[in-house]
Design a protein. Structure first.
Lengths: 112, 115
C-alpha cells in the first residue's frame, strides 16, 4: 500500500528564516511525488512535482529514495508563504490501478 | 489546465437526508475523482468516476452511501445519502487532464455540516 506521512501539523517560522516541510512516503515502485498548496480561501493547487526539478516561489523539493523522503524547502520564508501544504504520491494502488495518496498536510505559519 | 466548478460550496443538512454535489469541468476528462477531507485529516479518495461505467470505490466507501453519476465527460455528481453528523466534512472533486502522474486540478470544495 502507498502511504504519505507529514509529521508536522503546524510549522511556525519567522519571516526570513529557512523552511523545511517534511514528507516521507512508503511505496514499492518508483513514485511520482508532488507538493500541493492551499492558500486561505483558495482551492488546492499544485506547487511543484519532483520530476520537473524546478523551483517554484523559491521552494524546492528533492526526492531521496534512500530515505523515502520528499521534503519541501525554502531558504527564506515570506509572509505570503503561510498556507496549508500537502505532499502527494501518485502510484499503483492495491486495487491494481493508479491513484493519488495525500499526506495529512502541514500548516505553515510565517510570523512577521 | 482545467477549471472545475463545484456546487454547492457549503450546506447544512438534517440527519437522515441526502445531498447531491455537482462538479462541472471545462474540458473533457476520462476520470473524475471524489475526495473527502475530514477536519484535521488528509484528503481521502472516495471513488473514481468513469464515464460509461460504474464508479470504482475505495475501501470503506460503498455505492449505497455515496452514489455517483457520470453522465458525460465533463460532469459528475456525488450524493451523500442518509447523512449522519459523521459525514460532516469537505468534499472535493478533482481531475488530471494529462494523466494521473501529472497535475491535479480541484474544485473549490463543498463544506457539509450535518446536524
Amino acid at each position: 500500500a502507498q502511504r504519505v506521512t507529514q509529521p508536522e501539523k503546524l510549522l511556525s517560522v519567522f519571516k526570513g528564516a529557512p523552511v523545511e516541510l517534511k514528507c516521507n512516503y512508503s511505496y514499492s515502485g518508483s513514485p511520482e511525488l508532488f507538493w500541493y498548496v492551499q492558500y486561505s480561501r483558495q482551492r488546492l493547487q499544485l506547487l511543484l512535482r519532483h520530476i520537473s526539478r524546478e523551483s517554484i516561489k523559491g521552494f524546492t523539493a528533492d526526492l531521496n529514495k534512500g530515505e523515502t523522503s520528499f521534503h519541501l524547502k525554502k531558504p527564506f520564508a515570506q509572509e505570503e508563504d503561510s498556507a496549508m501544504y500537502y505532499c502527494a504520491l501518485s502510484g499503483m494502488g492495491s486495487g491494481g490501478y493508479q491513484k493519488v495518496t495525500f499526506g495529512t498536510g502541514t500548516k505553515l505559519q510565517v510570523i512577521p | 489546465s482545467a477549471v472545475i466548478s463545484q456546487k454547492p460550496s457549503r450546506d447544512i443538512c438534517q440527519r437522515g437526508t441526502s445531498l447531491t454535489i455537482q462538479c462541472q469541468v471545462d474540458s473533457q476528462v476520462t476520470m473524475m475523482f471524489w475526495y473527502r477531507q475530514q477536519p484535521g485529516q488528509s484528503l481521502t479518495l472516495i471513488a473514481t468516476a468513469n464515464q460509461g461505467s460504474e464508479a470504482t470505490y475505495e475501501s470503506g466507501f460503498v455505492i449505497d452511501k455515496f452514489p455517483i453519476s457520470r453522465p458525460n465527460l465533463t460532469f459528475s455528481t456525488l450524493t451523500v445519502s442518509n447523512m449522519s453528523p459523521e459525514d460532516s466534512s469537505i468534499y472535493l472533486c478533482s481531475v488530471h487532464p494529462r494523466g494521473l502522474n501529472t497535475e491535479a486540478f480541484f474544485g473549490q470544495g463543498t463544506r457539509l455540516t450535518v446536524v
